[in-house]
Design a binder for this molecule. Structure first.
Ligand code: GDP
Length: 366
């Protein structure tokens, strides 16, 4: 599955946030089988109100959301790239995730020590980013020597990989994260870049952890983080980990009242999970019937057979076509039969690029 790694300096609220996520997941476990929770990995349902709408129309007995994982990656301190703290372990853990959720302390509390002795989330972000860039720089400088030699010797593979390595190295030497080259990158280069598995090439989402009183409106620190994120083309989520930990323990009705009382429309975790999903470059398609309405995850740009393969490899191998109804058509027309009558159920073939919200029915050979 797809994984977001939660990183940040000590005492910024990572564990509090992670525990809230896993409590939410634990509460869901009864409804959603196959929810496994390892010590530092939690699988959570991706909240999507379209599921309820489709299920209502299809009169489905069951609703099954799609899921993503969050991994709590502890141990980052200044000097991690040189092996300080849990340095090497920490870096190895980051290599295994698809995207980074970077938690920044935006709450004041004299009882909780800040490792740098002051609240400055933008400086904290730079501290963490610097460690990741140093680790990338070191690993790339080491690896590029051989590749340069092999490229000079006209080895095909080295010749295709080298330009991406050089471009990454140039960014790092300039004090910039490798993800700066993601915008508009060609598909082949992206593959190569992902193969290099650099820490700073992974997409980042900033999470501002604020006090309860700032959960609805943010504060001066969150504004500073938002300004920084905007320059990087990154997204920001403002959340109070302490509130989320509380809400995760409440029953639905109680949680709703509690959130309303502090001016929030939904749990911050829902916003965080959806932002994580976007960050991973994922979209959702649905299958709907009397038995169940279910959400499935594919990467943006996936074609219909690949999407079918998420359900079962046989579906991909024997793919014939996909009956496709756009979510809006499905809902406004009132379901599959009505959509067919209105000519809004398209038969799509192997080259069809699946769109977010498509309601699909696969025809396949067994
Ligand atoms: P980690 O080291 O980043 O995993 O941080 P923790 O989640 O363990 O949190 C460190 C301390 O900060 C704990 O005592 C938390 O209860 C506290 N904490 C976390 N979030 C908040 C918050 O929003 N407000 C306040 N006042 N304390 C918080």
């Amino acid at each position: 599955g797809f994984k977001c790694g939660i990183v940040g300096l000590p005492n910024v609220g990572k564990s509090t946030l992670f525990n809230a996520l896993t409590k939410t997941a634990a509460a869901q476990a009864a409804n959603y089988p196959f929810c496994t929770i390892e010590p530092n990995t939690g699988e959570v349902a991706v909240p999507d109100s379209r599921l309820q709408q489709i299920a209502g129309i299809a009169k489905s007995k069951e609703i099954i959301p799609t899921r993503i994982s969050f991994v709590d990656i502890a141990g980052l301190v200044r000097g991690a790239s040189k092996g300080e703290g849990l340095g090497n372990q920490f870096l190895a853990n980051i290599r295994e995730v698809d995207a980074i959720v970077h938690v920044l302390r935006c709450f004041e509390d004299d009882d909780i020590t800040h490792v740098e002795g002051r609240i400055d989330p933008v400086a904290d972000a730079e501290t963490v980013e610097t460690e990741l860039m140093l680790a990338d720089l070191e690993s790339l400088e080491r690896r590029i020597v051989q590749v340069r030699k092999r490229a000079t010797g006209k080895e095909k593979e080295a010749m295709t990989v080298l330009p991406v390595m050089e471009q990454s190295l140039a960014l790092l030497q300039d004090g910039k994260p490798v993800r700066m080259m993601l915008d508009g990158i060609a598909a082949e280069d992206l593959k190569i870049l992902q193969g290099l598995n650099l820490l700073t090439s992974k997409p980042v989402l900033y999470v501002c952890n604020v006090a309860e009183s700032d959960a609805a409106g943010g504060n001066e620190h969150t504004s500073a983080v938002e300004a920084m994120a905007e320059k990087q083309g990154a997204k920001t989520v403002v959340i109070s980990a302490a509130i989320e930990a509380e809400v995760a323990q409440l029953a639905d009705e109680e949680a709703k009242e509690y959130l309303e009382a502090i001016g929030l429309e939904e749990p911050g975790l829902d916003r965080l999970i959806r932002a994580g999903y976007d960050l991973l470059n994922l979209i959702t398609y649905f299958t709907a019937g009397p038995k169940e309405t279910r959400a499935w995850t594919v990467e943006k740009g996936s074609k219909a057979p690949q999407a079918a393969g998420v359900i079962h490899t046989d579906f991909e191998r024997g793919f014939i076509r996909a009956q496709t109804i756009a979510f809006n058509d499905y809902v406004t027309l009132g379901g599959e039969t009505a959509a067919k009558e209105a000519g809004k159920a398209r038969d799509e073939g192997k080259e069809y690029v699946v769109q977010d919200g498509d309601v699909l029915l696969f025809k396949f050979n067994t």
